[in-house]
Design a protein around this ligand. Structure first.
Ligand code: PMP
Length: 352
């Protein structure tokens, strides 16, 4: 795997490209990494791992593959079976991409705030999508996770994937994402900035870096309204609010989320996330989804707070192609009250 890219002015020459693979699933993982050079990163170097380059366009391809393989291995998923999951969309895309060619039926419950690009992509892949309310919490019959559980219970031959508690989720990051980062950054990583949806990324990377590099700090980027960052900072569980960013932030602590790995937590507003991800496209040419704006905003804050040089890595969790009708639509942004900059001038003022 090659080292992170720095700015290139022309299409780079290459020594040798990878040979063709048998299926698109063989292209999951081994994602490239790029250094952020057009933002003020203080004394630090900041790198982004482009999970958007997975075939399904997100970090969730990795866990879809690992959770389906493990269910097949243990007999929880049998030929012709039905895969049921609650998802913000990306896990569903990964599951459909892996499961449909194998002949499984895919039934997904998706909160209705998620972008229509993701829902259209899912339906075009052949998944059955049940849209449900985004404004209700755990325990409500229309809450997406409770609905998925019910559908799985009532469907013969169903495998409820449950990324929130499935051990094959963090394991995918511990065994693939972590080692890739370690190799790409030449065994020198001071901090990893992550968001939490299911907690798989945090827990898997937390375990990996605890074993190879105890100095590496896990840093949480959390949307305002989520219970996680307040819990880390105060030890108290607050009532959840709502947020627009998709795929990260929680109203409970999932079993797969080991918050004890978190050394520092940042709360990021929707406006800060949207501005950061738009700036990432305008300044670095990287088309990323809204949750990557949350991560970038927190990562820049972390970088600027450091008094000694550090090597920091974060993620482009998914592609901005999935949100062209939202964060990259000026009318939508204005309607959401997210269009105007809080301050004029340098992004430093905005993300701080
Ligand atoms: N970013 C995006 C875009 C996501 O969809 C998700 C998960 N839903 C995450 C980040 C969070 O990853 P994890 O589930 O591993 O906590």
């Amino acid at each position: 795997m090659s080292s992170p890219l720095r700015s290139t002015t022309a299409v780079p020459a290459f020594d040798r490209l990878a040979p063709p693979v048998a299926t698109v699933l063989d292209l999951i993982g081994r994602t490239p990494m790029v250094e952020v050079t057009q933002f003020d990163t203080g004394r630090c170097r900041l790198f982004l791992k482009l999970e958007s380059q997975n075939p399904g366009g997100s970090i969730k391809d990795r866990i879809a593959l690992s959770m389906i393989r493990e269910a097949e291995r243990t007999g929880r998923l049998e030929p012709g079976g039905t895969i049921v999951e609650a998802t913000a969309g990306n896990t569903g895309l990964g599951l459909a991409q892996v499961g449909i060619p194998k002949g499984y039926r895919i039934v997904l419950v998706v909160p209705d705030k998620m972008s229509r690009e993701k829902v259209q992509h899912l339906r075009a892949l052949g998944a059955e999508v049940h849209l449900t309310r985004s404004d209700v919490g755990k325990g409500h019959p229309e809450y997406y996770q409770d609905m998925a559980e019910r559908i799985a219970r009532e469907t013969p031959g169903a495998f409820h994937v449950n990324q929130f508690a499935n051990p094959a989720n963090p394991l995918a990051h511990e065994t693939t994402t972590g080692p890739e980062i370690w190799q790409q950054l030449e065994s020198d990583v001071d901090a990893v900035v992550v968001g939490v949806g299911s907690g798989g990324t945090l827990t898997g990377l937390g375990r990996f870096f605890a074993s190879v590099s105890p100095k590496t700090e896990m840093v949480l980027a959390d949307p305002q309204g989520s219970v996680l960052a307040p819990l880390v900072k105060t030890g108290r569980m607050e009532a959840a609010g709502s947020w627009t960013v998709e795929g990260i932030g929680e109203d409970f602590v999932p079993p797969n989320c080991e918050l004890s790995f978190v050394r520092k937590a940042y709360t990021v507003t929707d406006k800060q996330s949207m501005l950061a991800v738009r700036d990432l496209l305008a300044k670095e040419g990287i088309l990323a989804g809204s949750s990557s704006g949350t991560l970038l905003s927190a990562a820049l804050r972390y970088c600027r707070e450091q008094t000694v040089p550090k090597r920091v890595v974060s993620f482009v969790c998914d592609s901005g192609n999935k949100y062209l009708s939202k964060v990259f639509d000026d009318v939508w942004l204005a309607e959401q009250g997210l269009a105007e900059r809080e301050h004029h001038g340098d992004l430093r003022d905005i993300v701080a």
